[in-house]
Design a protein around this ligand. Sequence first.
Ligand code: SF4
Length: 213
Amino acid sequence: MPEQHQDCSNCHIQACYSQTPDNGPQFCPTKTKQSSIRAALDLYKSDPDIKKMAITAARTEGRSYMKWTRVEDTIDFAREMGYRKIGIATCLGLMEEDRILQKILMVHGFNVVSVCCKCGAIPKEEIGLLDNEKAKPGTFEPICNPVAQAKILEEAGTDLNILLGLCVGHDTLFTKYSRAPVTTLVAKDRITCHNPNAVLHGTGFYYMRLLQP
Ligand code: SF4
């Protein structure tokens, strides 16, 4: 087993959410990582883009708290940031949700461009996958193409890109190549109907297997 680090997951005090943050444990980053914390604060105060995004996100959180869904949060954040054109990087499996999201965003005044993960129709073999590594060997399977999704949305001039159900790793690549800032609306998890937190809540029984080596 890898070594267990002393980090926030070992803390049951959460003194950082109080006016007495010195009450945290010895390993608390509020005490031990002051240079990173000060560097971040400097950015929030001195970089106009970071400052605007940080304040806008906090204001959206304040207005939304215990009232709004994530879709509403996304609309509010985008509107308050002054974004006009929104990109959707969608999974093929969520095309219906993509259409509904597009409709909602348009009702709220945004221009929307959506691009599907399978764009390009490039066979998986072309980037080096073997037939037996595919989800359904013996069939045509195009790669998910998050780099192309990012480039197509860059060409469209989107101000904000929304991740709609991209797979693990493909979301990583999209985020790496996206020119516009990215927010996730749906995290792909076919088994839990895209609610990966269900697994973290379910390790007492259904997902106990994940705690075994
Ligand atoms: S930042 Fe400090 S107080 Fe907050 S959870 Fe981490 S260790 Fe605990």
